[in-house]
Design a protein around this ligand. Structure first.
Ligand code: CTP
Length: 405
């Protein structure tokens, strides 16, 4: 369960300044063995115990130690790190770090990246028993525990590095890895199956020419990653977009709208949620020539016919089913965005529609950010903006209300 739950997950290990920092080295290695991608941030105090170079070698990536260092910030700084990750593990979570995290402070590489991170946080405390027992520390632990996003693993009791005996030992590395895996296995979409269409389609008129659009599939793939990070089993039916990571979800490659419809209809009965984010070509050439058409003999005009509406067909197919999946569409508009989107939501029998105005800078095709309005069948309306990954997570949180029981 550990290996499969962590496969392909993006984990930040934030290392605090305590003697247990050396165990964070083993944690980074074990997370990597379980298939996770790991990046490390360190407090200044942590560097007194273990060098950043050690973590760089173990994680295979530069370590964030100083958010004032332009070379670090310019490359993969605290905000990039926060946006990238699915889970943040703090190890060892010292008394000082717990206090600063609880206070919402951001004054080193760990607290700034943690403050900018929106996902689940796993805290692995380690400190002297008196520090742990101190009412201020206990207050901080209680305050953090009361928040759904913060989880604790340990501390264990026993002989501490300082010679004292009692609570304050860092949890065993294996226990921390298991706790991390459990967070994914118990995510809000744990045990759910999510089917997503993404990318453009191509409608060929001869072997070398086709009708298509500039979709890069980024929004759909961000949804796939976010759904996976929330515990779902994900299949993406993907139009031609070039190379994509395939290690944390299933990818079914397709070319045309007809291929996409066939693959979706073969799967939609089995899923809890179908999200149509693909930019499907609405028309295809009436005939597809087997050989390249020479320009000397080519037609002066092209007759087009409609392609199947993948989402509408999927919706028709599942309507009336006892365990009907939640259905989510996208609407890329250039004007009267909400009005057109609401009409599409009703016409295609959807639970939610994600509308974006593709004329807004930083939204739509090819960019990494998005600004969308999500409309739901019961009249709710919510604006979301941020990276496509952040927007994806928020969309899924909204959609979770419409999953079959
Ligand atoms: N869609 C689909 N198959 C198609 C066309 C669209 O699955 N052949 C899906 C898209 O993935 C998206 C939604 O339907 O989720 C978009 O709806 P649609 O009415 O097709 O949008 P437009 O093509 O923008 O339509 P219109 O020209 O009416 O604005």
């Amino acid at each position: 369960m550990v290996a499969s739950a962590l496969q392909g997950r993006r984990v930040i290990v934030g290392v605090g300044g305590g003697i247990a920092a050396y165990k964070a080295c083993e944690l980074v290695r074990e997370l990597g063995r379980a298939g996770a991608q790991v990046r490390v941030a360190m407090t200044a105090a942590a560097k007194e115990f273990v060098t950043p170079l050690t973590f760089q070698a173990l994680s295979g990536h530069p370590v964030l130690t100083d958010y004032f260092d332009p070379s670090q910030e310019g490359n993969f700084g605290h905000l990039d790190l926060a946006r990238w990750a699915d889970l943040y593990i703090v190890v060892p979570a010292t008394a000082d770090l717990l206090a600063r995290i609880r206070a919402g402070m951001g004054n080193d590489a760990v607290t700034t990246s943690l403050l900018a991170f929106r996902g689940p946080v796993l805290l692995a405390p380690a400190m002297n028993v008196a520090m742990w027992d101190n009412e201020l520390t206990q207050e901080n632990v209680a305050a953090l525990s009361s928040r759904p996003r913060f989880h604790f693993v340990g501390p264990g009791a026993g002989l501490l590095a300082c010679g004292d005996v009692g609570a304050g030992r860092l949890a065993e590395v294996g226990t921390i890895v298991e706790a991390a895996a459990r967070l994914f296995a118990e995510g809000p979409l744990a045990g759910r199956r999510v089917l997503i269409t993404a990318g453009p389609t191509r409608e060929y008129l001869d072997p070398v020419r086709f009708i298509s659009n500039p979709s890069t599939g980024k929004m759909g793939l961000a949804l796939a990653e976010a759904a996976r990070a929330m515990g779902a089993q994900v299949t993406v039916v993907l139009g031609p977009v070039g190379e994509v990571a395939r290690d944390s979800y299933e990818v079914v490659d397709v070319v045309s709208a007809e291929d996409m419809a066939r693959e979706v209809l073969a799967r939609v009965d089995e899923v809890d949620c179908f999200i149509a984010s693909a930019a499907v070509s609405d028309w295809k050439p009436q005939t597809r020539e087997a050989q390249k058409v020479k320009k000397s003999e080519g037609p002066e005009s092209l007759t087009l016919v409609r392609t199947p509406d993948v989402l509408a067909e999927a919706s028709r197919r599942v309507s009336g089913q006892a365990r009907r999946p939640a259905l989510v569409g996208f609407a890329a508009e250039t004007q009267r965005v909400v009005e057109y989107a609401r009409e599409k939501l009703a016409r295609k029998g959807l639970d939610a529609i994600v509308a974006n105005d593709v004329t807004v800078p930083g939204a739509g095709f090819g960019v990494d950010t998005n600004h969308v309005t999500v409309l739901t069948r019961d009249g709710k309306q919510q604006e979301l903006s941020g990276t496509k990954r952040e927007v994806a997570r928020s969309i899924l949180e909204l959609v979770a209300d419409y999953l079959p029981r």
